[in-house]
Design a protein around this ligand. Structure first.
Ligand SMILES: N[C@@H](CCC(=O)N[C@@H](CS)C(=O)NCC(=O)O)C(=O)O
Length: 210
């Protein structure tokens, strides 16, 4: 069987989440950068025209979190990252929906800069509000959903790293004490996390030099 193909952008945090999860569970992805996601052929397969987008033996899938859930459910040796037990899984799902909202808030802080527009101060407030929520979720906890690291931890930590696109916003997740303790825990949980974060930071540096 052909390996799953990932339409990828090396700098995109959602793409990085998929590469990270695939690396952790040992799935080799064929990475394709620069796909024209708005071409008529691609729009037929992936109506959403975003990357990451996965092709796996006739299945076409957009949305990083859905792709990660699929890869784990289909290929991981165990279900620890995305539990099969409904009562455990729903906690991961809840955090992933929270993450989608948090990432969109973060997007509103760094995206205007790419279009030469100022950031609305209320966007910064919304991210800080999201970080306060995250801090409460982590109160007395090692991990975001249950007693083991899950996809939720990797997704939220990856979203937070997108703040590095806009250091001038002054938003610092580690000002929140529970996040400050949790983030290094996630970062050191698997070598792939450090590898993908390093790639991201090198990409950021190159972008800044341009
Ligand atoms: N919620 C989506 C967001 C994906 C997304 O916004 N991807 C960006 C790159 S980071 C993209 O493809 N933008 C191009 C477009 O929207 O046409 C996910 O998690 O996969």
């Amino acid at each position: 069987m052909a390996p799953p193909t990932l339409h990828n952008n090396p700098l995109s945090p959602p793409c990085r989440l998929v590469r990270l999860v695939a690396g952790i569970i040992g799935v080799d992805l064929k990475l394709v950068n620069g796909t024209d996601m708005k071409s008529p052929e691609m729009l037929k397969k992936v109506p959403q025209h975003t990357v990451p987008a996965l092709e796996d033996n006739g299945l076409y899938l957009a949305e990083s979190r859905a792709i990660a859930m699929y890869l784990i459910s289909k290929y991981a040796k165990d279900d620890s990252l995305y539990p099969k037990d409904v009562n455990k899984r729903v906690l991961v799902d809840q955090r992933l929906f929270f993450d989608q909202d948090l990432y969109n808030r973060i997007l509103n802080v760094f995206l205007p800069k790419f279009y030469g527009k100022p950031v609305d101060p209320s966007s910064v407030d919304k991210v800080n509000d999201g970080l306060e929520t995250l801090n409460r979720m982590l109160d007395g906890k090692q991990w975001l959903a249950g007693d083991k690291i899950t996809l939720a931890d990797y997704a939220v930590a990856t979203s937070l790293s997108a703040l590095e696109f806009a250091p001038e916003s002054g938003i610092d997740p580690t000002k929140q004490p529970n996040i400050k303790q949790w983030l290094p825990r996630v970062e050191s949980s698997h070598p792939k996390y450090g590898e993908t974060l390093k790639e991201f930071r090198e990409g950021l540096k190159k972008m800044a030099q341009k």
